[in-house]
Design a protein around this ligand. Structure first.
Ligand code: M6R
Length: 609
């Protein structure tokens, strides 16, 4: 959600800024712009729409400058337009700024500045910050920015330049991520690591309440109170630039679907020790289950769906109460959470604003927080007491696939580790679960290869549909939720998920001739119940797709399309059933001709609430 880049060094800044923005496209945006320090002025080019538009606009201008900042904007205050795009300036174009986040008190500040004679060009909250900095500016940009941030409420990452001080970029972080890439006689600034991985693997991760003075040959980082931070830790990133490229796939999403066997294997191997699950590296005690009387799982979107699935399994096997809730609801009620609560927050990006706020709320009330996240050094990782890293590698497509799989797998690890601690579950059963878990990556690999053509054929049938329903029971219901979300977010076809048994309490009224219904039947234990619901929709004309394990017995006349899954422990079958759902969403969106990796209105990292 919005992307910031910055460059200062000996090379021309504009192409480096544009390339950095390209790498951040996945975050989601509707306009983009850059500002470069030229001899006499700061030259700004900004444009509504995709980066290609900005690129052709920059080709009409000549940029020589070696210092600059850039931005992709995801509109919050004011519609997407050239004027509302970043960078913004003060009235005299002395101060130039790009911003991620939301300034909550911008109205009050705007009124105050307007009364003092400031005139605003855009509808954004960001422009107000540029004007405010100019009122404090007295030939020292860092001090002016520092005074400004003391007046700001909300979340922000800022990159600021001054026409007077061409040798520096000032960057600030509060509740919105910002990293500084360190090079030889050049330094980079970005909201996320992939922007500059091809230039460096050495980064400073700014913490909340830090302000950086970035020059081409040095970076000084201060606290908001002015103290210089000595010996700030540098982070060495092990991903290479290749990992964040498409590597011959038409889309990142397809590449990421196919990476799942490898990334899942990485997670499992990381948490196995001599064939036994060992989660102690996360900070969990060996007998962690004894320390808590309840579990709260809080997350958003796809990450929430992984938690919804986990609730069924953890309660069934571990007999501990588990609540699962979307973070935006949890944070604004008064949940019963205390020192006996294990709060599990799940987040690919580790920066989701609502999840972070829920984490802080639970911590304040005494809960222990375990994060399942893909992002080392993210806010959620740093603020949690314990962390299981998902090890999915960079996930670029907005639609989450491999991170979801590793979220569910991380819950499987917790499940089996918890089973080891329960006296009523034999060592033999725990060992069988562990060995089933280890089989998953290879089974997923085979299934993705074998089901591809069949799914492409079904997807050809879906592209013209207006509504598609997904049904399931138990963990299969949570897969239905995820399948429906995946399909709607990238194909824009309306899709809804229902617990199969709930259909006849209302939704069945929407089923008519030709409406596709995807029935998830991966759980052998309740297959017959699910199948009765499938027959109900078939009797009303639905076009049915059944996803179930091979050798399952049923009346074939009720099933129009069938995808068979290899047979595995019913509790783990979900990670097999999700593969056809991901591919179905992908190929349907491909047929619809949509922008699969960057669906409209969506952002990869949702850093505002
Ligand atoms: O980074 P997070 O896992 O916290 O993100 C949560 C959701 O925004 C995310 O899963 C979203 O629902 C995806 N676009 C789904 O594909």
């Amino acid at each position: 959600m919005c992307g910031i880049v910055g460059y200062i060094g000996d090379k021309k800044a504009a192409p480096i800024l544009l390339a950095g923005l390209k790498k951040l496209e996945y975050r989601g945006y509707d306009s983009a712009g850059i500002a470069v320090q030229e001899k006499k002025a700061v030259k700004i080019v900004k444009k509504e729409g995709k980066l290609d538009k900005l690129k052709s606009r920059t080709e009409e201008e000549v940029f020589y400058g070696r210092t600059g900042i850039g931005h992709t904007r995801w509109a919050t205050h004011g519609r997407p337009s050239d004027i509302n795009s970043h960078p913004h300036t003060d009235s005299f174009s002395e101060i130039v700024i790009v911003h991620n986040g939301i300034i909550e008190n911008f109205r009050e500040l705007k009124e105050e500045l307007s009364a003092a004679g400031h005139q605003f060009k855009s509808e954004t909250d960001t422009e107000v910050v540029a004007h405010l900095i100019s009122t404090y500016y007295d030939d020292d940009l860092r001090t002016a920015v520092n005074k400004t941030v003391e007046r700001l409420e909300g979340s922000f990452a800022l990159a600021v330049m001054s026409r007077q001080e061409k040798d520096k970029i000032i960057a600030v972080r509060k509740d919105s991520p910002l990293i500084i890439g360190l090079g030889e006689n050049e330094n980079f600034l970005a909201s996320d690591i992939p922007a500059y991985l091809e230039h460096t693997d050495n980064f400073y991760i700014l913490e909340d309440g830090e302000i950086a003075d970035i020059r081409k040959d040095k970076v000084n980082i201060y606290k908001f109170n002015g103290d210089l931070i000595v010996n700030k830790n540098k982070t060495k990133i092990s991903w290479d630039a290749e990992m964040a490229e498409k590597q011959g796939y038409q889309h990142f999403m397809l590449k990421e679907i196919h990476e799942q066997p490898e990334s899942l294997k990485r997670l499992l191997e990381d948490n196995l020790n001599g064939g036994q699950i060992d989660l102690t590296a996360s900070g969990l005690a060996e007998d962690w289950l004894d320390n808590y009387d309840k579990i709260h799982i809080v997350a958003c979107g796809t990450a929430y769906h992984s938690g919804a699935l986990a609730k069924y399994l953890l309660e069934d096997k571990l007999r501990i109460p588990v609540e699962v809730e979307v973070a935006s609801e949890y944070r604004y009620r008064n949940p019963i959470v205390d020192a006996g609560t294990l709060m599990i927050v799940v987040s690919q990006s580790g920066e989701t604003a609502d999840t972070l706020a829920a984490l802080r709320l639970a911590k304040k009330k005494g809960a222990s927080v375990l994060a399942l996240t893909n992002s080392r050094d993210s806010s959620i990782a740093r603020e949690s007491d314990m962390v299981i890293y998902l090890k999915a590698g960079p996930e670029i497509a907005v639609a989450s696939t491999k991170a979801y799989t590793n979220m569910v797998a991380a819950f499987y690890l917790l499940l089996v580790d918890g089973m080891r601690q329960r006296d009523n579950i034999s060592d033999q059963i725990t060992a069988e679960y562990t060995s089933d878990l280890i089989k998953l990556p290879e089974m997923i690999r085979k299934l993705s290869e074998q089901s591809k053509e069949q799914i492409q054929a079904i997807a050809n049938n879906y592209e013209d549909k207006e509504n598609i329903f997904f049904i399931g029971r138990n963990t299969d219901y949570t897969l239905a939720l995820e399948g429906a979300l995946k399909l709607k977010e990238i194909s824009y076809i309306h899709a809804e998920a229902y617990p199969a048994g709930e259909l006849k309490h209302g939704t069945l009224a929407l089923i008519e001739e030709g409406v596709p219904v995807v029935a998830l039947g991966s759980r052998a234990d309740i297959f017959s119940k699910l199948f009765s619901n499938l027959k109900e929709v078939k009797a009303r004309g639905a076009e049915t797709l059944l996803i179930t394990e091979e050798n399952q017995k049923f009346e074939t006349e009720s099933v129009d399309h069938l995808i068979e899954l290899p047979i595995l422990n019913k509790d783990f079958a979900g990670l097999l059933a999700i593969i056809p759902l991901q591919l179905l969403a992908y190929y349907t969106a491909l047929n619809c001709g949509e922008d699969i990796d960057q669906p409209r209105n969506l952002a990869k990292s949702v850093t505002v609430e």
